[in-house]
Design a protein around this ligand. Structure first.
Ligand SMILES: Cc1cc2nc3c(=O)[nH]c(=O)nc-3n(C[C@H](O)[C@H](O)[C@H](O)COP(=O)(O)OP(=O)(O)OC[C@H]3O[C@@H](n4cnc5c(N)ncnc54)[C@H](O)[C@@H]3O)c2cc1C
Length: 357
């Protein structure tokens, strides 16, 4: 019998398995043929410490040093620019200080991103403290730690979970796996996994977010441009390997599924982006969507279930799963082992599943 069975091979499951491997033998079970197939393979790969609720911001900040150093570091400089129209003045003025951004004039902003449209953009602010995050390297780093004291099994959709006197028995692809503690890191499917184990759901909602990749606008070298974020998170655009990713920043509630972009939502989002720039979108190279899964209060759900302490949640990562992963997984390991968490008690309380019971 293993010590820990982790269901889900996205960043939540991989990072938790990696941390728990220091405490006992782990088995990670993932439905798909590869790790990071769902939300974790579709992100914008940004680390922005100010993004999210206070408990998320605490996780972001506590994760920074790990990201900066693990495997030689998974961060590279990007920067962030907040962009607002005249109609968005109120939201821009509210968000810019919260995000610790420095106001610059639109003319100054156009020296950084020459395609900004001075006819529509009225407010701009920037900061350097935002980084591209190498998401694949981060998943593989944690998966290696997990394999160091256990196994990572793909093509293993968990179809039944049974309580045993010593822990849990889990059925996946014709095999049974047993462990003392079960970790639910099933992303959009985490409430369904809880249901299989006879544990009450926490009320997770998957929200679809779409993305398009377009050629570099006007043939510009976009490599040093910051990520541009529309005030009120109504769109964003981020350089990616010489191209530009543009997202409508949509949040449409959906059932858990293998998500794809909605053409109409994408077109409306691209129109918002196009309105703020001088170069038209000439071509859409590809598009995709992923599910950002949120608890009702939009904070992560981390730790043992109060009604069933051998059932541990690592869910509700929303739009922050990568940037929070080092601290979130460390917190889960601390709560499972009884060690003192490094985060302040009020942050831990805001993240624990106890808050829903
Ligand atoms: C468009 C977009 C942009 C984003 N941008 C960022 C960003 O810039 N920075 C950031 O930090 N985050 C970002 N995110 C959020 C981040 O991608 C997610 O928070 C994170 O990937 C969630 O990880 P996860 O492991 O919880 O979920 P997933 O990656 O979805 O993993 C859950 C896994 O569980 C598996 N599973 C489910 N049920 C079972 C079962 N019964 N048996 C076995 N396996 C099962 C699934 O197959 C899946 O692989 C973004 C997300 C999207 C969609």
């Amino acid at each position: 019998m293993d010590d820990f069975l982790i269901i889900g091979g996205g960043i939540a499951g991989a990072s938790t398995a990696g941390r728990l491997a220091a405490l006992g033998r782990v088995t990670l079970l993932e439905s798909e043929p590869a790790l990071g197939y769902h939300a974790s393979g579709r992100s914008a790969a940004l680390f922005e410490a100010t993004y999210g609720k206070p408990s998320t911001v605490a996780l972001n900040r506590a994760s920074h040093d790990f990201h900066a150093t693990a495997d030689g570091g998974v961060l590279s400089p990007r920067g962030l620019m907040l962009v607002g129209t005249a109609e968005e003045e109120d939201v821009f003025l509210r968000e810019a200080p919260l995000m610790e951004m420095v106001r610059i004039t639109v003319e100054e902003a156009r020296e950084i991103v020459p395609i900004l449209n001075p006819a529509t953009v009225a407010f701009t602010a920037v900061h350097d403290a935002a980084w591209d995050l190498d998401t694949d390297r981060l998943i593989q780093h944690f998966a290696r730690l997990a394999r160091g004291n256990g196994q990572v099994v793909t093509n293993a959709p968990v179809s039944a979970i049974e309580r045993t006197p010593g822990g849990w028995r889990v059925r996946a692809a014709e095999h049974d796996y047993e462990a003392k503690v079960l970790v639910n890191a099933a992303g959009a499917w985490a409430d369904a996994v809880a249901g299989m184990a006879g544990v009450a759901p926490v009320g997770l909602t998957p929200l679809r977010r779409s993305m398009a990749r377009i050629p570099a606008p006007g043939g510009h070298d976009v490599s040093r441009w910051p990520m541009m974020l529309g005030a009120g998170e109504t769109w964003y655009a981020k350089p990616d390997a010489g191209k530009l990713l543009v997202s409508p920043a949509d949040e449409d509630p959906v059932d858990p599924h293998d998500a794809w972009a909605d053409d109409m939502v994408l077109a409306e989002g691209l129109a918002r982006y196009e309105d703020r720039v001088t170069e038209p979108v000439t071509r859409l190279e590809t598009s995709w969507a992923g599910l950002r899964t949120f608890a009702p209060d939009r904070a992560l759900v981390l730790g043992p279930d109060p009604t069933e302490p051998a059932f541990v949640w690592s869910a509700g990562q929303g739009g922050y799963g990568f940037q929070t992963a080092p601290a979130a997984s460390a917190l889960v390991a601390a709560l499972v082992s009884g060690a003192a968490p490094e985060l302040p008690p009020e942050v831990v309380a805001a993240l624990r599943p106890d808050r829903f019971r």
